[in-house]
Design a protein around this ligand. Structure first.
Ligand code: WT7
Length: 660
């Protein structure tokens, strides 16, 4: 398909799109009444989500809101997440594919797990974990890349009631140690390595380094991913080979442990404004219902689909919408190990074509990269199997939206722009693809049952078109229940800005996600981005304090300030302003040391795009670093008002050095 200037011009002007008729006809949810249904019968309408699961014991109450903001959902209910994602599909779908895994090397065979295979694998590994000593409520950490053993291990944990805490494989050894220490986790599942752009990557070396920083005894299971390509680390004391452990349990079945609806299913650490990552706690009943419901309503997942989300399971997107949501619905979920540009820039489209994927759910940063690479890559493949497209993680600009709509969706697929967070467990603000008019750049209305608003600093709803803050004014089943071992921080992080914290009336409690937003006359919400000191790099959240403390840890660095600046592909990139101690030079070597310091403390994802050495940082009279100003400099948006600056002359100096 060549560029058609007329079509391009029409698309560029069009600011709203109706869902394609062919989609509407078959959509899981197509009756607009659903919004009123939830409004009129709230919270009772949430039974619809719970009904998607098999409960061992029916719940007594949909919502217990007697102790806000410590809400409880489906109280009295009992269930097991692994049973719901695996066992219950066996009768009807035992021979259907649960997980279709594609490794990065193109000459390697894909791995296909039917629900029956998945059942066997999950049971054997659950038995292996038990044999290792894992008991109900022990936190098991997983530091694994995109290999099938990751969802298998997650489901094995769920089966025995051991919450998992997955640490993104791209995070550093230090980050692993911090999270294992914070969760007091005695068990780790990791692997020897994985493939990245054609080369094997040493992962066990990094995992071992992390384990050195864990302050208690641990036991580690190591998956052999690389075979002969491995790095020959061998296994230390208290380290076991995954295949050996599983072989010992061949054919063992493990009865799924009965869990209360409110029992913890998993922990996921995410960045906040302070240096300490936050351990977000999700539960068995509420979370699983919520991700099953949103997978069905928003992603339109049906059991016979092949659903493809090329995110990493190490982030919440992968937990909710690669593993738990799709498997709860009994569909085929795909996993891809590598990057979208290896061996060529059409790898995603090659996979979509080969496996005839029905849905494709990715981040705007990926779409911007695809767009930059050119439409010839998607156009070289038959993508007609696609029925729905989705985006998540950051705002999508209308131009990228339209490119996705035309060149990937062939103007035949609705796009759902889904706003949510690690903390919300699942999607919150987005269109329903069989109902909603789409407006590129706007996530859409809050989902049925979700009371999201845009308010000013005083908590009053803003007029259409005015920027304000996003709030959520009623609880929802997928919400985080607390921050692990830290109820106080849970309240102070999310429930103070707009809540009356002395009240026990739930209507006085408002969840604050720390995003800026606008709302239009139709109630469509455009999310503008974080209003706290968090940077969104390629759809991933990084705390400025975490990065700053990594930089200050580098020898010779006296002070550092980190901000997010606009980036064509990443959305935002990390810009670091650094003051050195006397006697140190701001040269290439120092810059390399700083980049390395950040990679060691967090991971390559947090690597500064540029490091600016400066003799001083702009501060207010009270000594606070003026981040907004540094952001303006990074974005070259002019200097704003510098009158409250303690040291205004420094601004010009920084500005000049950035532009060198
Ligand atoms: C932050 C949450 C949700 C899974 C991936 C990220 C931003 C997320 C959108 C969207 C605009 C978005 C927000 C949010 N965000 N989705 N569709 N439009 N912004 O999860 O790491 O917890 O980050 O991502 O700023 O607060 P996360």
């Amino acid at each position: 398909m060549s560029e058609d200037p007329e079509l391009e011009a029409r698309l560029a002007e069009q600011d709203s799109f109706e869902p394609p008729e062919s989609f509407v006809e078959q959509a899981n949810v197509s009756d607009p009444e659903i919004y009123e249904e939830f409004e009129e019968n709230w919270p009772g309408a949430w039974e619809r989500a719970a009904d998607l699961l098999d409960w061992k014991t029916e719940y007594d109450e949909v919502l217990d809101d007697s102790n806000p903001p410590f809400y409880e959902w489906f109280t009295g209910g009992e269930l097991n997440a692994s049973y719901n994602c695996v066992d219950r599909h066996l009768d009807e779908r035992g021979d259907e594919v649960a997980i279709e895994w594609v490794g990065e090397p193109t000459d390697e065979a894909n791995r296909t797990y039917t629900y029956r295979d998945l059942y066997d694998e999950v049971n054997e590994f659950a038995a292996a974990l038990r044999a290792l000593g894992v008991e109900e409520d022990d936190v098991v950490t997983m530091y694994l890349p995109m290999i099938p053993e990751l969802p298998i291990a997650m489901l094995a944990c769920a089966r025995i009631g051991a919450p998992h805490s997955v640490v993104f494989a791209g995070f550093s050894a230090d980050a692993l140690a911090t999270r294992m220490n914070a969760a007091d986790s005695d068990y780790l599942v990791t692997c020897d390595g994985y493939y990245r752009r054609g080369d094997p990557l040493d992962h066990l070396g990094k995992a071992n380094e992390g384990l050195d920083g864990v302050g208690h005894d641990t036991e580690t299971v190591v998956v052999d991913r690389l075979g002969d390509d491995g790095f020959g680390h061998g296994l230390g004391d208290d380290q076991y080979d995954y295949d050996d452990l599983v072989a010992e349990q061949s054919g063992t079945a493990v009865e799924p442990v009965t869990r209360d609806a409110e029992d913890m299913l998993f922990l996921m650490y995410t960045s906040g404004t302070t240096g300490e990552p936050k351990g977000v706690k999700h539960t068995t009943g509420g979370y699983l219902s919520y991700v099953a419901w949103t997978s069905q309503a928003v992603l339109d997942v049906k059991p016979e689909d092949t659903y493809f989300c090329p995110a990493d399971i190490g982030w919440i997107t992968g937990h909710s919408y690669i593993v738990y949501g799709p498997l709860a619905l009994g569909t085929t979920t795909m996993m891809y190990e590598g990057t979208p540009d290896y061996p060529e820039r059409d790898r995603m489209w090659e996979i979509v074509e080969e496996y005839e994927a029905d849905q494709f759910y990715t981040a705007p940063t990926a779409i911007r990269a695809f767009m930059k690479w050119g439409s010839e890559y998607p156009e070289g493949h038959d993508l007609s199997s696609l029925r729905l497209l989705g985006t998540v993680g950051e705002p999508i600009n209308p131009r990228a939206w339209k490119w996705y709509y035309k060149h990937v969706g062939n103007e035949d697929c609705p796009i759902v722009d889904t706003w949510w967070q690690t903390e919300t467990g699942g999607m919150m603000v987005t269109g329903l693809p069989g109902i909603s008019t789409m407006k590129p750049g706007s996530a859409g209305r809050p989902l049925p049952g979700i009371d999201a608003r845009v308010v000013d600093a005083a908590g009053e709803e803003v007029d259409a078109g005015k920027a304000g803050y996003l709030t959520v004014n009623k609880p929802w089943p997928g919400m985080l229940r607390t921050l692990y071992n830290n109820d106080e921080r849970f309240v102070s992080e999310y429930w103070t800005e707009y809540s009356d914290t002395d009240s026990d009336d739930p209507s006085d409690w408002v969840y604050f996600p720390e995003d800026g937003a606008k709302i239009d006359d139709d109630g469509y919400i455009t999310v503008l981005g974080r209003v706290d000191d968090v940077i969104n790099v390629s759809g991933h959240r990084l705390g400025t304090m975490e990065i700053e403390s990594a930089i200050v840890g580098v020898e010779g660095v006296a002070e550092a300030a980190v901000v997010g600046g606009a980036h064509e592909v990443k959305g935002e990139a990390v810009y670091a302003y650094v003051i050195l101690e006397d006697g140190y030079e701001g040269d290439d070597e120092m810059e390399a040391a700083i980049v390395e310091g950040v990679e060691d403390a967090i991971g390559p994802i947090a690597r500064p795009e540029s490091v600016v050495f400066t003799p001083e940082l702009p501060k207010t009279r009270s000594g606070k670093i003026m981040r907004r100003l540094l952001e303006d400099i990074a974005n070259d948006e002019g200097l704003g008002d510098t009158s409250t600056l303690r040291n205004p002359e420094i601004v010009e100096d920084i500005r000049e050095s950035v532009q060198d």
